[in-house]
Design a binder for this molecule. Structure first.
Ligand code: PLP
Length: 404
C-alpha cells in the first residue's frame, strides 16, 4: 500500500504520516479499496436514497441486532439526529420547528463525568443537556461518579432521553434500568468503540435504544459516514428528519420497512438533518465497508498493529533520551499504543516542540499529543504502513538534538 505519488502531491498539499490512529483532522482512515470501488460504481447510476437507506437499515439490523439502522454523515450527526428523534418522536410539527423547541420537553440527562466535546452534536438538535452525578477524580477511593438515585433525580417531566458515553466506570445497565423505568430512550455514543467487533452488538444487547458508530474509523468506510442502530420508531423519526422531503404528499411513498407513513400525523418538510446529506456513493461505500469489517479477522489485524507498535517502540527505545512504554498492550482487538517520554533536558527539546516540529515537515508527521504536558508523545499504529513507521522513526530521531 503506497500513498506516495498522488492527488495531494499534484495539489501541493502535504501528505501526513499518521501516527494518531483515526483522527478526523488528518483524514480519519484509509478507506477499504472495495468501498472506494463500490463508490465509483454507485456514481454511474441513480438510486432512490430512501431505498438505499432501507437496505442499509436491514444490514445494520443484521450486524448489530437492533430493530433498524440508518446511515448518517458521521457519528456526530448521528448524535444530533438521535437527539432530534427523542425530542420530536412522530410529531411532524416538532420536527419542523427543530432546533427551536422552547415549548416542548427537550432535556437529555447525561452522567456528568461523561460530558465531552461531542455534547455539541446532541445540543445542535435543540436539546439541553442536564448533568447527573459528580465528577470527582481527586478524593480517591469511596467516591463514585453516579449513583442510581442521583441519576433518577436528574430526570423530570422535561426529559426526553438519556445519553451515555462508554469509557467511564458508570455501568450502562444501571443507566438503562433507570431510563427504561422512566420510559426514556438511551443513546450510546460508541463512535470510536470499534474494534472490538463485539461492540457492534454489545450496547444493543445491553439495552441501548440508539447506538451511534463512526463509519470512517476502524470500519474504514467513507470518512463522512456514521452508523445509527436502534429502535425502529426512533430510526423512522431520524429518517423523516434527514431525508429530502420535497414530496407531493399524495404521491409520497417511502419504503415501508424504514418509514410507516400511517404512523405519522402528516408529512414533515425538510428537517433538521437535511443539511447532513448522505449521497448514494457514501451509502454504498459504507455498506460495503461494514460487510467487510464484520467478516474481517480483527484479532489478526490487532496482532499486526501490536507488532508494528513494538517495532516502533524498540527502535525509539534505542535512543538514550527516550523511554518507551505501551498502553492497551494486552487488550484483544485493540490497538497497542506506544507511549514515549522524553528526557527534555538531555534531548534539548520538549515533547511539545518535538510534536509541533514534526507536524510542520513535509510530509507532516503526526504523533499523539495527549500527554505532551507530561513530556510524552504517543504513536498509534492503526493508520501507519510499515514504510510510514520507518519514516516516523527516522524523523523523530532526526528531530531530537543530542549527542548519542
Ligand atoms: C470520533 C468520535 C465522534 C465523531 O464521529 P464522526 O464519525 O467523526 O462524526 C463522536 N464521539 C466520539 C466519542 C468519537 O470518538
Amino acid at each position: 500500500m503506497s500513498q506516495k505519488s498522488n492527488v495531494y502531491d499534484e495539489m501541493g498539499v502535504p501528505t501526513v504520516i499518521n501516527g494518531v490512529g483515526t483522527k478526523t483532522r488528518v483524514g480519519g482512515t484509509l478507506m477499504r479499496e472495495e468501498a472506494a470501488d463500490a463508490m465509483r460504481e454507485a456514481a454511474t447510476a441513480f438510486a432512490r436514497i430512501s431505498d438505499l437507506q432501507a437496505h442499509a437499515s436491514e444490514l445494520i439490523s443484521e450486524v448489530t441486532g437492533a430493530e433498524a439502522g440508518y446511515v448518517t454523515t458521521g457519528a456526530a450527526s448521528g448524535l444530533t439526529l438521535a437527539a432530534a428523534a427523542c425530542i420530536a418522536g412522530d410529531d411532524p410539527g416538532i420536527m419542523s420547528d427543530l432546533p427551536h423547541t422552547a415549548d416542548v420537553p427537550r432535556e437529555i440527562v447525561m452522567p456528568r463525568a461523561q460530558r465531552n466535546s461531542y455534547d455539541h452534536a446532541l445540543r445542535a438538535s435543540g436539546a439541553i443537556i442536564v448533568d447527573a452525578g459528580n465528577n470527582d477524580r481527586t478524593l480517591g477511593p469511596g467516591s463514585t461518579n453516579l449513583e442510581p438515585w442521583e441519576f433518577e433525580g436528574a430526570i423530570s417531566e422535561e426529559t426526553v432521553g438519556v445519553a451515555y458515553a462508554p469509557g467511564d466506570p458508570t455501568d450502562l445497565s444501571m443507566i438503562v434500568d433507570v431510563a427504561h423505568e422512566n420510559d426514556l430512550p438511551v443513546i450510546v455514543d460508541a463512535a470510536g468503540w470499534l474494534p472490538p467487533k463485539g461492540n457492534l452488538r454489545r450496547f444493543v444487547e445491553n439495552g441501548a435504544d440508539i447506538v451511534v458508530f463512526s463509519g470512517g474509523k476502524a470500519v474504514r468506510g467513507p470518512q463522512s459516514t456514521g452508523i445509527v442502530a436502534g429502535r425502529s420508531d426512533l430510526i423512522s423519526s431520524i429518517a423523516l428528519q434527514h431525508l429530502d422531503m420535497d414530496a407531493i404528499v399524495k404521491a409520497w411513498d417511502p419504503p415501508k420497512s424504514l418509514i410507516n407513513p400511517t404512523a405519522f400525523d402528516g408529512v414533515p418538510r425538510h428537517g433538521l438533518g437535511r443539511g447532513f446529506k448522505v449521497g448514494k456513493e457514501e451509502l454504498v461505500g459504507l455498506m460495503r465497508a461494514l460487510e467487510l469489517f464484520v467478516e474481517e479477522d480483527t484479532v489478526a489485524r490487532s496482532h499486526e498493529w501490536h507488532q508494528r507498535a513494538e517495532a516502533i517502540g524498540d527502535a525509539l527505545d534505542t535512543l538514550d533520551v527516550l523511554d518507551v512504554s505501551y498502553q492497551d498492550r494486552t487488550t484483544e482487538e485493540a490497538a497497542t499504543t506506544v507511549s514515549v517520554s522524553i528526557d527534555e533536558e538531555a534531548a534539548g527539546i520538549t515533547a511539545i516542540e518535538l510534536i509541533s516540529r514534526l507536524r510542520r515537515e513535509n510530509p507532516r508527521v503526526y504523533v499523539g499529543d495527549r500527554d505532551a504536558d507530561r513530556g510524552t508523545f504517543t504513536v498509534n499504529p492503526m493508520s501507519l504502513t510499515d514504510d510510514d513507521a520507518d519514516t516516523l522513526i527516522e524523523r523523530v530521531r532526526a528531530t531530537i538534538v543530542y549527542d548519542d
